[in-house]
Design a protein around this ligand. Structure first.
Ligand code: B16
Ligand code: MG
Length: 251
């Protein structure tokens, strides 16, 4: 019997195929018991809405802001995002709180349009397969709007724990969000897989002692234990479920 510690086992793995065969070889035991999903950029692409709302504020301030700069705001809390946007202004706007609130109003208006069809490709079958495999599931997001987004997507009830922008003292890259989620799930951090799209989130997952899967679409995510381009490449064998588990799922 393979006695490698699950986390060490996963660290050695080069690709999804290796994960599957190695875990199959270990009689399909479950190396990880839980998953903690980041929200924006992992389950849904709300980064575009954040961008449009911030762009409106930046234009009003007359400060340059483009999609490239928006990448720096992934996983970053609201006030800190605004500080990054105004960082090059010689004289800073007097009421940053009011600007952040204004941006949030714009954003909240935009996310009312979200529907279950906005789930990113691959999310629905993965959630269904993990649920069916009785894997504990949580969301760990920096966003204070996370619950609204999950409700609009119709998936809030799938998660046993939701840690949002109100649920931590120290933001990512501190481990607090993910440790709180593991605590609520009653699962040891070492038995949790985090799925993240932001560098600060990967750092937070590693600081929490968890296995970090990075979704790196265009930019590399150094520090991730394992990187995929889309969530549909995440194999359920990470949780000891048979590789065909997803294929058996209804669409
Ligand atoms: P809010 P995540 C993060 O969510 C976003 O990536 C980031 O762009 C945003 O500024 C932050 O939430 C705060 O969001 O203004 O709604 O509280 O990626 O951690 O799920
Ligand atoms: Mg994110």
């Amino acid at each position: 019997m393979d006695t490698t510690h699950p986390r060490e086992m996963c660290k050695d793995l080069a690709d999804a195929r290796a994960v599957s065969s190695k875990l199959q070889g270990a009689a399909l035991r479950r190396p990880f018991e839980a998953v903690i999903f980041d929200l924006d950029g992992v389950l849904v692409d709300t980064a575009e809405y954040h961008y449009q709302a911030w762009k409106k504020i930046a234009d009003e301030l007359g400060v340059p802001f483009d999609r490239q700069k928006n990448e720096r705001l992934r996983g970053v809390p609201r006030m800190r995002s605004l500080e990054i946007i105004v960082e090059d202004m010689a004289s800073k706007p007097p009421d940053l709180e009011a600007l952040a609130e204004k941006k949030n109003h714009l954003y909240v208006e935009m996310i009312q349009r979200l529907t279950p069809a906005d789930l990113l490709p691959g999310v629905r079958p993965l959630l269904a397969a993990l649920k069916r495999g009785r894997i504990r599931m949580a969301v760990g997001s920096s966003s204070k709007n996370a619950r609204t987004v999950l409700d609009r997507l119709g998936i809030a009830a799938l998660f046993e724990a939701i840690v949002d922008g109100y649920g931590f003292q120290r933001a990512k890259p501190a481990p607090d969000i993910f440790l709180n989620a593991a605590h609520l799930l009653k699962v040891a951090p070492a038995c949790c897989v985090v799925i993240e799209d932001a560098a600060s989130g990967i750092e937070a997952a590693k600081a929490a002692g968890m296995f970090a899967v990075g979704i790196a679409r265009e930019h590399p995510l150094p520090g991730a234990d394992w990187t995929v381009r889309t969530i549909s490449e995440v194999p359920v064998s990470l949780w000891g479920l048979p590789p065909d588990h997803m294929e058996k799922m209804e669409p």
